[in-house]
Design a protein. Structure first.
Length: 361
């Protein structure tokens, strides 16, 4: 039978696209990809032989050529994957579909074609039984006629009438024995294949359960990371509030700096005024009395100057303390942001791991 069906004899009755796999012949456990990408998979009907086949071709390579028999079973192993065993090809085919709906349609068509193949086999067996009954009836009639004719006949006539019928019956019995032996052998072979498929399905179920447990574990870790992320967000909000307070401190420091500059300017003005007063005291001796008052003013000014200098020192001390506090806050903020960046990288790696695990599944 040619892999690619001739259009004069076979016609496609259903076509879909899927990724094709075959069971590893050495381990009978792992799936081996038969196609690098999704290929066309079709059901074909041979009207002359009244048979059905599943055929898939990848370029010039035939990757599926499976004749459907009534004993075959298509099994859904997941939402998008199904498989069936072909004893004639001595392998197990697997198909991965883009959606669960396409898998369901393919499985329904498989069951429909399987029923049609069973009906065709039953009709063929009825024809074989009918022809066998006719042969047995003709065989029974031949000896009776031989006996009837041999009443008045010779031994040669008996041999000429009875010999061919007995040979025909013997050949028919031999054919039936061979067919029965082949059927028994096929039954044993199918039972072995069925047991192998059951073991494969059990291993696949175990792997699926382990995968589900692993997914639950990752879900728990994801929830824990999510809670930690929420805590970090709360911490960020607290730091933002602290940053706002730092900005307010900066504004206050700027105001104090401006006030300090104003006081320094005022101090310079007072010093200039004091210098002028001293010059006037040196130039005009007759104003000694006024100098005393000026001296008093000068003392008051010096005292005020000392007060202003004390205020300036106090303001500078406050400015230095605010700067130191601001530096500490910046350091704490930088350390926290470094920790936050590390956590974000871990979350990113964790998300990539989850994405990879979904693809593998």
């Amino acid at each position: 039978v040619s892999p690619v069906p001739p259009y004069s004899r076979e016609q496609p009755i259903f076509t879909t696209r899927a990724h094709v796999f075959q069971i590893d012949p050495s381990t009978k456990k792992n799936w081996v990809p038969a196609s690098k990408q999704a290929v066309t998979v079709s059901y074909f009907y041979d009207s002359t032989r009244n048979s059905y086949r599943i055929i898939s071709v990848d370029g010039a390579k035939v990757i599926i050529n499976s004749t459907i028999t009534p004993n075959m079973t298509f099994t859904k192993t997941s939402q998008k994957f199904g498989q069936w065993a072909d004893s004639r090809a001595n392998t197990v085919f697997g198909l991965g579909f883009p959606s669960e709906q396409q898998l369901t349609k393919f499985a329904e068509k498989f069951q429909e074609v399987k029923e049609a193949a069973k009906l065709a086999r039953d009709r063929s067996q009825e024809k074989i039984e009918t022809s066998s009954n006719h042969s047995q009836e003709s065989g029974r009639e031949t000896p009776s006629s031989t006996r009837a004719s041999s009443v008045n006949g010779t031994d040669d006539e008996k041999a000429s009438h009875g010999g061919p019928a007995e040979a025909h019956l013997k050949s028919e019995n031999d054919k039936l024995k061979i067919a029965l032996a082949q059927s028994s052998s096929n039954v044993k072979k199918w039972e072995t294949e069925l047991q192998s498929l059951r073991e494969s399905n059990a291993r696949l179920s175990t792997a699926l359960q382990e995968s589900a447990a692993s997914i639950e574990h990752w879900k728990k870790q994801f929830s824990a990371c999510k809670e930690e992320n929420d805590q970090l967000r709360g911490k960020i909000e607290e730091l933002e509030e602290q940053c706002n307070e730092i900005n307010k401190e900066k504004e206050r420091n700027a105001q104090l700096s401006r006030r300090l500059q104003e006081l320094e300017t005022e101090l310079q003005d007072k010093e200039l005024e004091l210098e002028e007063l001293r010059k006037q005291g040196e130039i005009i001796p007759e104003l000694m009395s006024e100098c005393e008052s000026v001296s008093e003013q000068l003392q008051a000014a010096e005292k005020k100057n000392k007060d202003l200098e004390e205020k300036v020192r106090t303001l500078r001390t406050e400015v230095e303390e605010n700067k130191h506090r601001q530096t500490n806050l910046k350091t704490e903020l930088k350390n926290f942001l470094d920790v936050l960046d590390g956590k974000i990288d871990e979350l990113h790696d964790f998300r990539q791991g989850l994405s990879k695990l979904g693809v593998d599944n």
